[in-house]
Design a protein around this ligand. Structure first.
Ligand code: GDP
Ligand code: MG
Length: 164
């Protein structure tokens, strides 16, 4: 058994990019079109000798009774709450807080699992002040990262290790 680290958040915040950066393999499809993750969503990763399994919940899809494929953020979050040992809740530092961010934050706040609030797209120091509004989600100190520039991922993973 390896600890399970789940990545949760709205479409297009950079979950797949972050997932790829951490597992160091390009296995999730990264797209500008929201909601495009069509392949493997589980992958084993390692940091400082500690192994864990990452899951990109943005790639979890459902087929309803009419055979429509869809993905539901709420369901993805509930699944993460049930299964994960640590939840990485990813938000978009360029967009700021969106109504759906607040909704999912409410769900995560009282879930009893460790939740790390990851503000992605903090690509340079000038953008660091974009992080502060995310204190408003009530999930503690935001961790600013840039998944594309591979910035601050080590600090994020250090935090993850505290909980697994
Ligand atoms: P997902 O839907 O949450 O999985 O998001 P993706 O990983 O597919 O990324 C959505 C878009 O955001 C893509 O165009 C990425 O290149 C872009 N993106 C991801 N991470 C960053 C980042 O750290 N900085 C910036 N500027 N763009 C990013
Ligand atoms: Mg994705």
């Amino acid at each position: 058994y390896k600890p399970l680290v789940a990545v949760v958040g709205r479409p297009n915040v950079g979950k797949s990019t972050l997932f790829n950066a951490i597992v160091k393999k390009r296995i999730s499809i990264v797209e500008d079109i929201p909601g495009v993750t069509r392949d493997r969503i589980y992958f084993d990763a390692e940091w400082l000798g500690q192994e864990f399994t990452m899951i990109d919940t943005g790639g979890i899809e459902f087929v309803d009774s009419d055979n429509h494929i869809f993905s539901s953020m709420r369901y993805q979050a509930e699944l993460a709450i049930r299964e994960a040992d640590v939840i990485l809740y990813v938000v978009d530092g360029k967009m700021g807080i969106q109504p759906q961010d607040q909704e999912i934050a409410n769900l995560l706040r009282s879930c009893g699992k460790p939740v790390l609030l990851v503000v992605n797209k903090i690509d340079n120091v000038e953008q660091e002040m974009n992080m502060y509004e995310f204190y408003g989600l009530g999930l503690g100190d935001p961790i600013g990262v840039s998944a594309v520039n591979l910035m601050n991922l080590g600090d994020l993973l250090d935090e993850v290790l505290k909980y697994i």
